[in-house]
Design a binder for this molecule. Structure first.
Ligand SMILES: O=C1O[C@H](COP(=O)(O)O)[C@@H](O)[C@H](O)[C@H]1O
Length: 227
């Protein structure tokens, strides 16, 4: 199958990403009366308030939320992806399944707890994922060339993330690969080199394994072509 990569260039990438995300959530919600969504931390969280503006009333309350990755810290820690989401102060979704809960202390047990709940509540899959892009090309907490890219369950513990903090949890590549709607926001010139590598589908980059990806970016295409 030919991989689908769609690049949406805009000075307002968060709004453009939100439009695509809201459209995908609404479509799934219309079909199933619910939508399974995973979100990252970091700068891509700026997309979410716009998603709420774009969705019809009531749709968000049927969203089952989880995270594409998490740092092994409590939500009160400023490095927590879940904490970053909670600090946005958005209305509650139908449910929220943390990758790392405040009472988790053992990574192996946290992976097992999450995988049981993900199988039960999410039927082991997602409908829609919002992704960020690290300057080193990482997506979720899947770093280029890292052994976690080979993980086969639903979640993986990363003990040695190259970007701090070192202890993280991530959804695995098979889960992201099976997600029909993946929308990435890559904003700011600091992401230019990583975006170029994503577009070139560089070997070993997590995004290269995705069958379909929409990228909203404010980065121009200068330097992307080798011609
Ligand atoms: O560590 C992480 O980094 C990526 C990118 O974050 P950004 O702030 O540079 O956009 C993020 O997508 C991921 O969820 C996070 O844990």
């Amino acid at each position: 199958m030919t991989p689908q990569l769609e690049i949406l260039r805009s000075p307002r990438p968060a709004e453009v990403a939100a439009e695509r995300l809201a459209r995908a959530i609404a479509r799934v919600d219309a079909e199933r009366g619910a939508c399974r969504l995973a979100i990252p931390g970091g700068s891509a969280l700026a997309v979410l308030p716009h998603v709420l503006e774009d969705l019809s009333k009531g749709t968000w309350s049927r969203v089952q939320l989880t995270w594409v990755d998490e740092r092994c810290v409590p939500a009160s820690d400023e490095g927590s992806n879940r904490g970053g989401y909670l600090r946005l102060g958005l209305p509650p979704p139908a449910s929220a399944l943390p990758l790392w809960a405040d009472d988790d202390d053992d990574p192996a047990r946290a992976v097992a707890r999450f995988e049981r709940a993900f199988a039960r509540e999410f039927a082991g899959g997602l409908d829609v994922a919002l992704l960020g892009l690290g300057e080193d090309g990482h997506v979720a907490s899947l770093f280029p060339g890292h052994a976690a890219l080979q993980a086969t369950g639903a979640a993986v513990f990363v003990a040695d993330s190259p970007k701090p903090p070192p202890r993280r949890m991530s959804l695995t590549l098979p889960v992201l690969q099976a997600t029909p709607h993946a929308v990435m926001m890559a904003a700011g010139t600091g992401k230019r080199a990583a975006l170029r590598r994503v577009i070139q589908r560089e070997d070993g980059l997590p995004t290269t394994a995705l069958a379909s990806l929409v990228i909203a970016t404010d980065i121009d295409s200068e330097g992307e072509s080798d011609e």
